[in-house]
Design a protein around this ligand. Structure first.
Ligand code: OXD
Length: 312
């Protein structure tokens, strides 16, 4: 069935940039661009479609036909909401895989090239030869074999890393050296140098990284570019104490912004960034939204449609 989208409500932190970009496109639809806090019930009565990073405080689905997420993750829309399956949910797919790959590679290379050590010995005017280790010697376990995990695997295998993909379905994915379900891949966990989480947050992945899972690793570095709630924080801290995890690099947290009272800030084996590993740019956000709008108009297959039952 062809869906008619006439009235589009746009909100979120990029609202002004998106407004300027959309103004140049001379689209036939009507738009309302609003800060989240100023959206009223009347806007939802008017709108066929809602575009934003997450639900606004007054969000309600009843009159909507389509919701488009400006981020890759849709957990803020789906968790805690009774989603009406007649409302189409799509998400932004753009260069997130490239950005997340660069984020991960920056930490991996810095570690393998001993940046920290060389910075230190330079201040001491010391000549100490410490040969770098190669990416090609590294085993990386990537949790999540979707668009982002897959792109990451392509980049890492290009450098010779041995990349193992773990997914719920266990469906083979040729971008990884090995891929499968957790049961099929757990025999490789002991040899992992790096563990990277790209999983979406769903009811199945809340506190997925718990004591049981983390105890399989041996001095691996854990990078979280998925969602903070996928990690049971006390389990991560014990895994670091017990040497299963050597260090954690965290871009996402169960509470964001991370409160200044969190013990993570001062942890010597935790490095943090403020959710910047894959930021949607206004241009990419608009491109993906417009492409999706056009495809809906032509009644074409949508690659970025979310399976609301699965949650991604
Ligand atoms: C996203 C994110 O969902 O930034 O895109 O985490």
């Amino acid at each position: 069935m062809k869906m008619m989208i006439d009235n589009i409500l746009v909100t979120g932190r990029l609202v002004n940039e998106i407004k300027n970009l959309v103004a140049n496109l001379q689209l036939s639809q009507s738009f309302r661009f609003k800060e989240e806090a100023t959206i009223q019930q009347d806007d939802f009565m008017w709108a066929d479609a809602f575009v934003g990073f997450g639900p606004s405080p007054t969000f309600h689905l009843e009159e909507l036909k389509w919701v488009h997420s400006l981020g890759a993750g849709v957990d803020s829309f789906l968790r805690g909401t009774e989603w009406n399956k007649n409302v189409l949910l799509t998400r932004t797919v753009c260069s997130f895989g490239q950005k997340i790959s660069e984020y991960c590679l920056s930490y991996m290379l810095s570690d393998l090239q001993n940046h920290h050590l060389f910075e230190k010995i330079q201040t001491e005017k010391r000549w100490e030869v410490q040969p770098p280790r190669s990416l090609a010697s590294q085993t990386v376990i990537v949790f999540g074999t979707g668009k982002i995990g897959e792109e990451l695997a392509k980049k890492l295998t290009h450098f010779g890393c041995h990349v193992i993909g773990v997914s719920q379905s266990g469906k083979p994915n040729p971008s990884f050296n090995i891929s499968g379900s957790i049961k099929e891949t757990s025999k490789y966990f002991q040899q992992a140098n790096w563990i990277i989480n790209t999983l979406p947050l769903t009811n199945q992945t809340v506190h997925f990284f718990n004591d049981e899972l983390l105890s399989n690793f041996n001095e691996a570095v854990f990078i979280n570019v998925g969602r903070g709630d996928s990690v049971h924080q006390p389990s991560l801290l014990s895994a670091i104490d017990e040497g299963h995890i050597k260090r954690a690099i965290l871009d996402v947290f169960d509470e964001e912004p991370l409160p200044s009272t969190s013990s993570l800030w001062d942890h010597p084996n935790i490095m943090m960034t403020p959710h910047i590993s894959a930021v949607t740019s206004p241009e990419e956000g608009v491109n993906c939204f417009i492409q999706t709008l056009e495809k809906i108009g032509r009644n074409e297959m949508l690659e970025n449609e979310v399976d609301v039952m699965k949650g991604y």
